[in-house]
Design a protein around this ligand. Structure first.
Ligand code: ADP
Ligand code: MG
Length: 634
């Protein structure tokens, strides 16, 4: 062992410590994944070297044959992985293996419940990485040297996975990283050629560079060569370059885990080779669940970009629109130059046409999933539906296609589950119905009993119930689907078109005429609070509702804007009353103008409450109501 200098002991960052603890205690049922993680890192390190060597070929130091070697020692109970990739400098080692927790670690840890079982499944979302070595090892040593640094600038990192790690400078002749795992007692099974080979085949067959193991030697001890013969145990060709028919589902799934750092299987994937004006291969995956940082603006997203099989960058986010940011995978282009940079990507017209083709691919893949595996699609919708709802506003060209993928709660389904597609809705249209009706609100519980739905219930017409925060905004972009316009049932003067018969309409006009006096009285009683007062023909059970003006902001948008401190233009609702309701009949017959005023205000406030709005003057409401109650019981 060579001389070590500048030795120091450093503490792991708090988050790293917590993560380590959690990992060691929750992943014991699937220990072998440590090998996949370390090989995945070695492969990334080789990719980085290849990329940097494009500009600086001297980094290869004459050794261009890139590979990973895995060895073991039964007696010493060690497993060793060695790669000749980019390696790490002392600073990088300290940062990557101890100080800098992966971006989002803190947020991730915040989500933990303390319930061991729940948390174990959460860790899968996070991607476990280097620290998974401690699942099987009670001591891990890393010997590494960054390509381009001198042999004297090697680094020795060592830790027992508890609170701290040691780091020292050490001589290292070859660039790259060697990781020595000192197996815990009970984990000796991994110091075995057969076991290692199986695990590598299972998880790392897709890795695009050779993974070598020493060949078993069966002769006499005295004939054993000093240097073992090496044997490549994986297929060693980048998975996406192989024809679809030669790749098994398991291999696609393992490759997904490598590119996504996810721990679970994807829901679906699409692998395509494009030839013609543009040449590229893409392999795109829909993850099985949402990462915890899906809504963080700075969260990494995008595809792994390769140019002619050479890795160029992670998280190239120019290839898909923002509303598909959950898609993982690789794209390998033959048209881009090897020294392409992010700046160039942002301007290159080649990227635009790739982007629109890849977007179509993803939408097609989702359509297929929805059609062929509705249960899986449900899971997809739960995780990513909210993000997909950003689509119609962002991607005008694919609006109709995206709209077809949306799922809604509806009056035709119980429980508020979002399972109804616009296609379903349209297939159930009533005779004479040429609109898609919807109602937005704060929660399912609130909208499902909304008075706005009364006439629809009576006529048996389905209404979509939209209660996500984003919905009102979404609907300002979705104006029609399949030639049918969307109508917000809480907005404007509801016109049911030919769903109302001629007689209905005549009757409505007559009622409206006969109530003109009441309308005028109400107008003067409610005064500035309302934009208009009119007779309603959408109510059966409730005395009154408030409708939103055709051009006004809805309640949801208003609340969002107010919460973000923006000034919201004042808009007044339209007061609609149900001429057949006993309370309205009483009101109409009320000779005392004071009581008439009180009662009108109560009706107005109740209508606001039913719409999920808050009262401007709740105390006045309570006072009026109490006054009335006292009079009643007198
Ligand atoms: P991730 O792979 O998701 O970045 P890991 O925990 O697996 O997270 O690895 C942390 C970091 O350590 C890597 O991003 C890389 O910078 C560094 N690293 C790990 N293994 C190697 C290696 N074999 N060669 C070079 N760098 C490595
Ligand atoms: Mg990793």
């Amino acid at each position: 062992m060579s001389v070590e200098t500048q030795k120091e002991t450093l503490g792991f960052q708090t988050e790293v410590k917590q993560l380590l603890h959690l990992m060691i205690h929750s992943l014991y049922s699937n220990k072998e994944i440590f090998l996949r993680e370390l090989i995945s890192n070695a492969s990334d390190a080789v990719d980085k070297l290849r990329f940097e060597a494009l500009a600086k070929p001297e980094l290869l130091e004459g050794g261009a044959e890139l590979k990973i070697r895995v060895t073991f020692d039964k007696d010493a109970k060690t497993v060793t992985l060695e790669d000749n990739g980019i390696g790490m400098s002392r600073e990088e080692t300290i940062a990557h293996l101890g100080t800098i927790a992966k971006s989002g670690t803190a947020d991730f840890l915040k989500n933990l419940s303390g319930d061991q079982k729940k948390d174990s499944s959460l860790i899968g979302q996070f991607g476990v990485g280097f620290y998974s070595a401690f699942i099987v090892a009670d001591q891990v040593e890393v010997f590494t040297r960054r390509a381009g640094l001198s042999a004297g600038e090697g680094v020795h990192w060592s830790s027992k996975g508890e609170g701290d790690f040691e780091i020292a400078n050490v001589e290292k002749a070859e660039r790259g990283t060697r990781i020595v795992l000192h197996l815990k007692s009970g984990e000796e099974e991994f110091a075995d050629g057969w076991r290692l080979r199986n695990v590598i085949k299972k998880y790392s067959d897709h890795i695009g560079l050779p993974i070598e193991l020493p060949k078993e030697f069966h002769g006499e001890e005295k004939d054993k060569p000093a240097e073992p013969e090496w044997e490549v145990v994986n297929r060693a060709s980048a998975l996406w370059t192989r024809p679809r028919t030669e790749v098994t589902d398991e291999q696609y799934q393992e490759f997904y885990k490598h590119v996504s750092h996810d721990y679970d299987n994807p829901l679906s994937w699409s692998h395509n080779k494009v030839e013609g004006k543009l040449e590229y291969t893409s392999l795109l995956y829909v993850p099985g669940r949402a990462p915890f940082d899906l809504y963080q603006r700075e969260a990494p997203r995008g595809l792994k970009l390769y140019v002619q099989r050479v890795f160029i960058m992670d998280q190239a986010d120019e290839f898909l629109p923002l509303y598909l940011r959950f898609i993982k995978g690789v794209v390998d282009s033959n048209d881009l130059s090897l020294n392409v940079s992010r700046e160039i990507l942002q301007k290159d017209p080649v990227i635009d046409s790739m982007k629109s083709a890849l977007t179509k691919r993803v939408l097609d893949m989702l359509e297929k999933l929805a059609k062929n595996e509705p249960e899986q699609y449900k899971a997809f919708w739960k995780n990513f539906g909210q993000v997909l709802k950003e689509g119609p506003a962002e991607d005008f060209a694919n609006k109709e296609k995206i709209a077809g993928l949306l799922r809604f709660a509806s009056t035709a389904e119980g429980e508020g589950e979002q399972v109804v597609s616009l296609g379903d809705y349209i297939s159930r249209l009533k005779d004479g119905q040429d609109k898609v009706y919807f109602l937005t609100g704060e929660s399912y519980a609130q909208v499902k009993n909304s008075p706005h739905l009364e006439v629809f219930r009576k006529k048996g017409i389905e209404v979509l119930l939209l209660t996500d925060r984003i919905d009102e905004w979404l609907m300002s972009y979705l104006t029609e689907f399949d030639g049918k316009t969307f109508v917000d049932v809480a907005r404007g003067d509801l016109d049911l078109g030919s769903l109302d018969s001629e007689e209905d309409k005549k009757a409505q006009e007559e009622v409206a005429k006969s109530k003109e006096g009441l309308v005028e009285r109400l107008k003067s009683a409610l005064g500035e609070q309302v934009a208009e007062v009119r007779v309603s023909h959408r109510l059966t059970d409730s005395p009154a509702i408030l409708a939103i003006g055709e051009q006004d902001l809805g309640l949801q948008m208003r609340q969002i804007l107010e919460a973000s401190g923006q000034k919201v233009p004042d808009s007044k609702p339209i007061f609609e009353f149900n001429p057949n309701h006993p309370l309205i009949e009483k009101l109409d017959a009320e000779p005392d103008e004071d009581r008439f005023g009180d009662l009108s205000h109560i009706l107005f406030d109740q209508a606001a409450l039913a719409a999920g709005d808050s009262l401007k003057d709740p105390a006045a409401y309570v006072q009026r109501l109490n006054k009335l109650l006292v009079e009643l019981s007198a």
